[in-house]
Design a binder for this molecule. Structure first.
Ligand code: PHE
Length: 420
């Protein structure tokens, strides 16, 4: 994505942003988070976070990038006229390094399922490393655009497979318990950690708070509407997560699995459900192949943040930066395989803290440090929504409600309110 030329069409940016958002977050992380955090209670808070926090921050990120016309390193300087916001690009860089250390491991698990290979330390390193390598090679040759264009066909195919899974899953006896688990909201299950996890998951799944979307915003043609792009990406991403939940939980309950079993949940359940269909093995292979590709488009967007940062900071060429990053990331990925607690720590650190802190800073920047009129003009540009009240609500959210909500959710997660 280095050259702007790759992005001279509106659909290019939408595909890149959707490719970044839709990934393991929807199919792997969302279901196990729902399972560990009391089902419907988590889903409700998650949806609220996507709509009231994730969507406005996505709009804000796009607007910064589009106005500045440069990526995270230069955007804050260009728009604020000083370098006081530089730490934010370092934060995005650290988040991208941590993400790129554990996300390829899960991508590796998907590839293992494509070939039905055993899951051990060696195979995890080989296939995790392979995911990282493929990502770096695509970025090296600058052909990520080609993969993203393929997703125009692959994404609908993926949705069809999910619908097929849902059909099968719902037909199993006892599946209604899974549907209830997902949609029958039990408010008593809402607690501080459910809220913190749901907020983290919304940032993770929408790829906000790290500068990925800001970078894509800088590639947007002038005539592209930020609002409609954001609404499309959020809708697609949320739809896919819900479909994934509907495919998994009815089967979890019908087949007697534990919804709170953790990160292996989808890998245990989905092959079983496919196994109940005719040509089960073909479906399994197809599904995990598509999921691996979706994971790679997400990996590409993370790598873009690291590569831009390293090449801007060190004056190394893009290719040398990719090489350096590959060595560092591969080593750090191996550590995640050897020490599972590192894997969990990186995952939690990024979703629960780094991305929300990045998002918080972005709202403060757009809400308080950029003239309101400038952002408003940028948002109104080519938007079907022209009525002022919509924009007033946006600013109310960005200036007061979201920053306050994020801080409260943090404090609540730390147990501060319980001690009062
Ligand atoms: N949104 C991606 C997913 O759901 C993960 C991601 C997070 C990508 C942050 C880029 C930045 O799989």
């Amino acid at each position: 994505m280095g050259k702007k030329g790759n992005f001279n069409s509106k659909i290019g940016v939408i595909l890149a942003a959707a490719g970044s958002a839709v990934g393991l977050g929807n199919i792997w992380k969302f279901p196990y988070m729902v399972g560990e955090n009391g089902g419907s209670a988590f889903l409700l808070i998650y949806l609220l976070c996507c709509l009231a926090i994730g969507l406005p921050i996505m709009i804000a990120e796009f607007s910064i990038g589009k106005r500045a016309g440069v990526g995270i390193e230069g955007a804050f300087r260009t728009l604020s006229g000083n370098s006081r916001w530089q730490w934010l690009s370092a934060l995005g860089f650290i988040a991208s390094l941590l993400l790129l250390s554990f996300y390829p491991v899960v991508t590796g698990w998907c590839i293992l399922h494509v070939f039905r290979l055993p899951d051990n330390t060696l195979t995890q390193i080989i296939f995790g490393g392979l995911s990282l390598l493929v990502t770096c090679v695509i970025s090296w040759y600058g052909v990520q655009n080609g993969l993203e264009r393929m997703s125009k066909i692959l994404m609908p195919l993926f949705i069809v497979l999910l619908l097929l899974l849902i059909g099968k899953s719902l037909m199993l006896s006892g599946s209604n318990l899974g549907v209830q688990f997902l949609f029958d909201t039990d408010f008593s299950k809402i607690n501080s950690s459910v809220i913190l996890n749901a907020m983290g998951q919304s940032f993770f799944s929408l790829s906000v708070g790290m500068g990925v979307l800001l970078t894509f915003g800088s590639y947007m043609p002038k005539s592209q509407s930020i609002i409609s792009t954001s609404v499309q990406v959020v809708t697609l991403d949320t739809l896919i997560s819900i479909l994934s939940g509907l495919a998994i939980f009815p089967a979890v309950f019908a087949l007697g699995f534990n919804p709170a079993e953790g990160p292996q949940l989808v890998f245990d359940i989905l092959p079983k459900v496919f196994g109940l269909m005719s040509f089960g093995e073909v479906w399994t292979t197809l599904f995990f192949t598509l999921l691996s590709l979706a994971a790679i488009t997400s990996l590409l967007s993370m790598l873009e943040v690291s590569v831009t940062y390293v090449s801007d900071k060190t004056q190394l060429s893009r290719k040398k930066s990719i090489l350096l990053l590959f060595v560092v990331l591969f080593s750090s990925m191996c550590l995640c395989v050897f020490f599972p607690y590192l894997f969990d720590a990186y995952d939690n650190m990024v979703s629960q803290y780094l991305l929300p802190i990045g998002g918080l800073a972005i709202t403060i920047f757009v809400g308080w440090f950029i003239p309101k009129k400038d952002t408003m003009d940028e948002m109104k540009n080519h938007s079907r929504i022209q009525s002022d009240w919509f924009y007033e609500i946006f600013f109310l959210l960005i200036r007061y409600i979201i920053p306050l909500a994020i801080v409260m959710i943090f404090l609540n997660g730390l147990g501060v309110f319980e001690r009062l």
